[in-house]
Design a protein around this ligand. Structure first.
Ligand code: AMP
Length: 284
C-alpha cells in the first residue's frame, strides 16, 4: 500500500499505474478518516469492480459550519492506515490542508444546486454543501478516477455530488453503496465514538424510527403525519431532532403523499449527547 501526502506524488504514481495498464480504472473513496466498516464497504465495492483503489483521508475544514465540530472530529490516522492495509487498499492520500487549498491558487467554486442544498442538511448546516462540492471537485481533479464510491448514509451528499458531476461533466461514474449498520441498526459513523455507552445504545432509536416510518408508509399513513410522529418519538427518547423529512429522492422536496414521487426516502438528523447523527431509509 502506498501512502502519499503530496498531490504531485499521487498524480505521478497514478499516471504510472494507468500507463502500465496495471488497472483499467481508478476507484476513488473520499473520506474524513476515523474509518469503520462503512468506509471499508466502499473500498470493497471498488475492489469488487476491479478498480485500483485510492482512499483519501482529509478532514475538510470548508464543509464544517461549526468550528467546535471540526475540532472534535475524531482523527485516527495510524489505525486508519492499518485498516486500509488489512483490506488491501492500494493507495492512501492524506494531504495537509495547504495541499488541497494552496493559498490563492484555487479559484472560488460556485455551483447552482437548484434547491438540493436548501433543505435538510443545507438548512441546518449553512455552507456545508458548498464545502463538500469544493473538496469533491478538487479531489476529483487531483485523482481523476473512473469511479467514485460514496455511501447511501449521506443521502443528500450523494444527490449534491451527482448534481456536481452532471453540471461539470466530469467523466466519472458515481457508485452508491448501501449503509452499513451496527447489529442494533445504528448507522456506522465516525461520530459514534463520541457517544457514551448509554448514548450508543440509545442511538439505535433513530433506526427504529425509520423502520416504523417504513411500515406506516406501507399502511397508508400520510408522510406529514409520519414525520410528526417520528419527531415526537425521537424527542421522547431523549434526542433533539432537527428534522425528519419524507422526500422525493430526486428533488429532495418533501412529499405530501407516497404517490407523488417514484422513489421516496425518509431522512433524519438528531442530536444525542452533543453528537449530531444522520440517517435515512428508502420508503418506496
Ligand atoms: P465520511 O468519512 O463520514 O466523510 O464518509 C466517507 C464516505 O463513507 C462517504 O461517502 C459516506 O457516505 C460513507 N459512509 C460513512 N458511513 C457509512 C456507512 N455507515 N455505510 C456506508 N457508507 C458510509
Amino acid at each position: 500500500m502506498h501512502i502519499f501526502q503530496k498531490a504531485a506524488d499521487l498524480r505521478s504514481h497514478l499516471k504510472t499505474i494507468l500507463r502500465e495498464r496495471r488497472s483499467n480504472a481508478i476507484g476513488f473513496i473520499p473520506t474524513m478518516g476515523a474509518l469503520h466498516e462503512g468506509h471499508l464497504a466502499l473500498i470493497r465495492a471498488a475492489q469488487a469492480d476491479g478498480c485500483y483503489t485510492v482512499c483519501s483521508i482529509f478532514v475538510n475544514p470548508t464543509q464544517f459550519n461549526d468550528l467546535s465540530d471540526l475540532d472534535k472530529y475524531p482523527r485516527t490516522p495510524e489505525k486508519d492506515a492499518a485498516l486500509l492495509a488489512k483490506v488491501g487498499c492500494d493507495v492512501i492520500f492524506m494531504p495537509e490542508v495547504e495541499e488541497i487549498y494552496p493559498p490563492g491558487a484555487i479559484p472560488d467554486f460556485e455551483i447552482d444546486f437548484e434547491g438540493l442544498d436548501e433543505v435538510m442538511e443545507g438548512l441546518f448546516r449553512p455552507g456545508h454543501f458548498k464545502g463538500v462540492a469544493q473538496v469533491v471537485k478538487r479531489l476529483l481533479d487531483l485523482v481523476d478516477p473512473g469511479q467514485l464510491y460514496m455511501g447511501q448514509k449521506d443521502f443528500q451528499q450523494v444527490a449534491i455530488v451527482r448534481h456536481l458531476i452532471r453540471v461539470t461533466g466530469f467523466p466519472v461514474q458515481l457508485v452508491v453503496v448501501p449503509t452499513v449498520r451496527e447489529a442494533d441498526g445504528l448507522a456506522m459513523s465516525s461520530r459514534n465514538v463520541r457517544l457514551s455507552p448509554e448514548g450508543r445504545r440509545l442511538g439505535s432509536v433513530i433506526y427504529q424510527t425509520l423502520v416504523a416510518a417504513q411500515s406506516k408508509a406501507m399502511n397508508g399513513t400520510l408522510p406529514g403525519e409520519i414525520s410528526r410522529e417520528a419527531m415526537t418519538a425521537l424527542s421522547d427518547a431523549g434526542f433533539e431532532p432537527e428534522y425528519f423529512e419524507i422526500v422525493n429522492s430526486e428533488t429532495l422536496q418533501p412529499v405530501q403523499t407516497m404517490l407523488e414521487a417514484p422513489q421516496v426516502v425518509a431522512c433524519v438528523a438528531a442530536w444525542l449527547e452533543g453528537v449530531r447523527l444522520i440517517d435515512n431509509m428508502t420508503l418506496k
